[in-house]
Each structure stands twice: as structure tokens, then as C-alpha cells.
Ligand binder design. Structure first.
Ligand code: PLP
Length: 406
């Protein structure tokens, strides 16, 4: 039966629970409503120079240089590789989901020789295998190790600190490049501590903005490598950016409203406190995982150590098409869930729980997912997941006495 209000207008808000783009906070949205201005004016650097410094805090980088490109995250992938490597250079990359697959494809298409380590989808980068491959590379042909920190397609977070330790243990000089598109600003990321040479993100996830900024934080070592790297680049050239950025300008017209939005979104992150932001994501993710357990379903992540705090990829039972759950959620309940991509198409749906989000918003999504799953024929108890998440959320906010009395 159609909803009583089914018509051309859909009242209320669309529940956006894809793992990016995420909800843009109202104050960030307002900050982007600005008249256009001269990006070569003498006051323009007052907006831009602090952005670079604030982004370094988000990346937890002490000595890196941040570049902001008017692109999506894919552009930042390309910028990192083409500025620092030469055609034919070998890179070692773990592949365990759609985004690691796409990054490897891009690396191959810009002329790199990619040594691929396939892991089962649902697992993450394997530091032991990485160490082994680096030890075997006695003449140091591998120039960089590529890792996707949070594989958005499968809801898997890899241990980047462990990858750094693996590189060090092998005594190998390879640089470390990390895709933090769906982790940075939501899951702890430590560019300097982990020795990340290129850290990559986009604006539309943890930074709570529309898509349109591709951001790279580059270590001094990778910047030095850029001086001799021979991959073809023009639009994404670090040197052109660095020259203009030094005085607060860009080599071409910047995406002005997004820069104002970025200033405001970083204010949001710093007001809440980065560590608190990470804790909130863990808390909301734990509530989601409690719901999945109560439904009797499983995550694509094969071990709790891989669990992502920004996205849960939920396997649907045999004989059910995950795409149908997503379509029902969208058409019937005005809620957007993330699709299963490529190898896992139809086998799962994803709930993005990152960005500007609180318990009640997430409970709405869990309720919507329950209804869509029931409508699609999945045998779950309505309310079971919502109840489990409520218990989790209440438990963490109750005092010990309240818990004892409950
Ligand atoms: N890397 C990861 C982990 C992603 O989740 C995405 C997009 O969702 C990308 C890279 C590509 O970013 P974009 O779509 O902004 O180009």
C-alpha cells in the first residue's frame, strides 16, 4: 500500500544515510551562501591561509603541506600519484573493495606498475603480507605502498599504524599513501605519527560539505619526490599550487563557497573537539552494530577489528536482493541507503553513519531500514534493531544508579 501522503511532494526531509555525501550542517550551508568575490583581492588570503593550517590539524600533520583542489576525492588520488611518481614506478597496493579497486585502476592508467595484494572483500590491508612483499623487494623497486584506510564499499577500516610498522620492520624506503576519504574527520587519522606521505580526502564525508574539494596532505619527503617525479600533470601540479598558496591564492579560480563552507565545517569539528568527534562516530557505529546483531544479520566486515565507525555494510540473506531494500527505503520511506558496489552488488546495503549525526537521526535510519527490510521479505523482528540501538545509546548516557534501577 502506498503511503497516505504519496504524491509528487515528499514532506519532511530526505533521510540521507549513504556514506557520503553526508548531511551538511545548517550553519555550514548558510556559510556557503556568499556573494562571489575577487579571489585575487588583497583580503582573500585572510580566508585561505588559516584553512591550510586548520586542515593540517584535521590530518594530524606536523610538517606536511596541504593542497586543496577543486575536484572530488578521485582528483586527489590522481594528484598524489602523478606529482610524486614516474611512469613505470612500482607501487604496492592492497585491494579489498570497490574504492581500493578504483584507486589501483587509476594508478595503472597514469602509468604506474601496481603490485596488487588481493584480500577478500570484508577484510582489510594485511600488514604481514605487506612486510613480506617489501622484504622480497631487495632492490627497492617499490616506491610507494597504497592503502585505503576506510573501504567505504565494505565498511572495513585498516590499521594504518600497523602498515607503517610493517614498512619500518622491512627496512624499506617506500613511501606510504593513504586514502582517508571516508575516515578523515570521523575516524582518528594521524598523518605524522603514521608517517603518511600522501593523505587523501574529499569534502563530502567527514568534512560535512558538498562534494567538490579534493584535499591532499603531503609530507616533506613526498614534496621532495615531486621535484623529480615525471608523471604527466598540469591541473593538479603541486608546484603551481604551492607557489600560489604561499601567499593565500590559487593558480586558478577556486570553488569559493566551498572554501567558506570548509572554514565553517572545521569550526564545527574543533568546537566539538576532534577526539570527541571520533568518539561520537564510534558510539553511533556501536549502536548500529547492536541493531545489526539484533536483526540476526551480519556485517560484510569479517572481524570486529575491521569494523568501520563511519559505514556499516550489512549482508542481506540469501535469496534477497539488497538493491530492493534500498529502492523500497528510497521510494516508500524517503531514505537513502548505500548500495552494494561491484562484487557485492545486491548482496548488501550500507548505512552511512558519519558526519553531522546524532542518536535520534540514526534511530530514524535504523527504523527505516527495518521497515524496508521487512517489506523486502527479510525475516526480522520490527523494532528489534531500533531497540538494541536505543539500549546502547541509553546505557552510555545513564548514570550507574539509573542503570542499576533500570
Ligand atoms: N575513496 C573512498 C574511500 C571513497 O569512499 C570514495 C568515494 O566515495 C572515493 C575514494 C572517491 O571519491 P570521490 O567520489 O569524491 O571522487
Amino acid at each position: 500500500m502506498a503511503a497516505p501522503w504519496a504524491g509528487s511532494r515528499r514532506p519532511g526531509r530526505n533521510f540521507l544515510f549513504v556514506p557520503g555525501p553526508t548531511n551538511v550542517p545548517d550553519r555550514v550551508q548558510r556559510a556557503m551562501v556568499v556573494p562571489m568575490e575577487d579571489h585575487r583581492s588583497s583580503s582573500f588570503p585572510e580566508l585561505t591561509l588559516p584553512l591550510f593550517e586548520d586542515l593540517k590539524k584535521v590530518f594530524k600533520s606536523r610538517d606536511g603541506q596541504v593542497f586543496i583542489f577543486p575536484s572530488s576525492g578521485t582528483g586527489a588520488w590522481e594528484a598524489a600519484l602523478t606529482n610524486t611518481l614516474s611512469p613505470g614506478d612500482r607501487v604496492l597496493a592492497s585491494r579489498f573493495g570497490q574504492f581500493s579497486t578504483l584507486w589501483i585502476d587509476l594508478a595503472q592508467r597514469v602509468g604506474l606498475d601496481v603490485e596488487i595484494q588481493d584480500e577478500e572483500w570484508g577484510r582489510g590491508a594485511d600488514p604481514d603480507r605487506i612486510e613480506e612483499a617489501l622484504r622480497a623487494d631487495r632492490d627497492h623497486r617499490i616506491k610507494a605502498v597504497l592503502v585505503v584506510h576506510n573501504e567505504t564499499a565494505t565498511g572495513v577500516t585498516s590499521d594504518v599504524g600497523a602498515v607503517r610498522r610493517a614498512i619500518d620492520a622491512a627496512g624499506h624506503p617506500a613511501m606510504l599513501y593513504v586514502d582517508g576519504v571516508s575516515s578523515i574527520g570521523s575516524i582518528d587519522f594521524r598523518a605524522s605519527e603514521w608517517g603518511v606521505d600522501c593523505a587523501i580526502t574529499g569534502s563530502q564525508k567527514g568534512l560535512m560539505l558538498p562534494a567538490g574539494l579534493g584535499i591532499v596532505c603531503v609530507s616533506p619527503r613526498a614534496l621532495a619526490a615531486a621535484k623529480t617525479a615525471e608523471c604527466r600533470r598540469c591541473y593538479f601540479d603541486f608546484a603551481d599550487q604551492a607557489k600560489a598558496n604561499a601567499t593565500g591564492y590559487f593558480p586558478y579560480t577556486p570553488a569559493l563557497p566551498l572554501l567558506y563552507g570548509l572554514r565553517e565545517s572545521m569550526r564545527c569539528l574543533f568546537e566539538e573537539g576532534l577526539e570527541q568527534v571520533f568518539a561520537r562516530h564510534r558510539f553511533l557505529a556501536d549502536g548500529t552494530r547492536a541493531a545489526v546483531k539484533a536483526w540476526g544479520l551480519t556485517l560484510c566486515a569479517q572481524d570486529p577489528k575491521w569494523n568501520s565507525d563511519t559505514v556499516s555494510a550489512i549482508m542481506v540473506p540469501e535469496g534477497i536482493n539488497g538493491a530492493e531494500v534500498i529502492d523500497i527505503a528510497y521510494r516508500r520511506y524517503n531514505m537513502a541507503l548505500g548500495a552494494g558496489l561491484s562484487k557485492v552488488a545486491g548482496k548488501l546495503f550500507r548505512i552511512g553513519h558519519l558526519g553531522d549525526l546524532n542518536e535520534l537521526m540514526l534511530l530514524g535510519a535504523l527504523a527505516g531500514a527495518e521497515m524496508a527490510m521487512c517489506d523486502a521479505g527479510i525475516q526480522i523482528q520490527p523494532g528489534s534493531g531500533v531497540g538494541a540501538a536505543q539500549t546502547h545509546f541509553r546505557g552510555a548516557t545513564q548514570t550507574a544508579e539509573q542503570r542499576a534501577a533500570a
